[in-house]
Ligand binder design. Sequence first.
Ligand code: SF4
Length: 324
Amino acid sequence: MPVSISTTASLYDRVRRVIPPIEWPAFSDDIDAILALKRERNAVILAHNYQTPEIFHCVADIVGDSLALARKAMSVEADVIVLAGVHFMAETAKLLNPGKTVLIPDLGAGCSLADSITASDVRLMRQRYPGVPVVTYVNTSAAVKAESDICCTSGNALAVVESLGTPRVIMLPDEYLARNIAAQTKIEIIAWKGHCEVHERFTPADIRELREAHPGVTVLAHPECPPEVVAEADFAGSTAAMSDYVGRHKPARVVLMTECSMSDNVAVEHPEVDFVRPCNLCPHMKRITLPNIRAALEEGRHVVTIDPDVADRARRAVERMLAV
Ligand code: SF4
């Protein structure tokens, strides 16, 4: 059934603060087609907080950070899940929904953190630190998760590390997340040298300049930022925690030291807050577009598959995290 013009118009009302009217006609055809295809294929779209507003607010069924997507993926009734995010997120959705078809619109949507470590690197770390449990950030391949004891996200990393009851923990692969968690716990953290190419570029000088240019601005930083950046910020937390912070504190003016689309997506919900927007784009997240989501649904591509043995072991690590 075709989608009425008024449906698309009401969607535009939602995003008019962040998408100029001149850009909307370039999106509306694909949005109509995607909404119809979702019904035809019994599909849902899961979108990460770093997806652009026309995806996040206009075609997604479930939105959130990695943890929210992982959790909500488990209650999905649809036959098909389209993951508007990067490849490790699509793999996590497949791990938790082995009977469903999981599609990623662009196979090139990777992640610098996920690419920083392999399964054999994890085995080497275990040899070097025998008996020390391995906590792996969800921003990793299924093969790396399969070598781990438990996964974590930036939202639950401290709780996961402290749940293990050991004096030392190996935390892979994000060095800065590991160091930011180490600053909050007595547990010794052994880190890896992986970095997020978006968050590693923020500096303390950026924050000082922002405070000078925008007196009174509240600065929120993602824990994938270097510890010196987190130390200069007013608050550090996952994308979900940053969004909650804005909702609870309603700062007059705020800057989110994270990926660019995050501010747009949170701004839609909080028109009363002024968002200052220096940000860094994630080139991997930006590979997902309305046209390739539409093509994914039309052509059933690209199907995410995981070796069954790897999937069983990786699923255990994710499920242990979800139980914390
Ligand atoms: S923002 Fe960073 S961690 Fe997230 S997908 Fe992009 S490179 Fe990976």
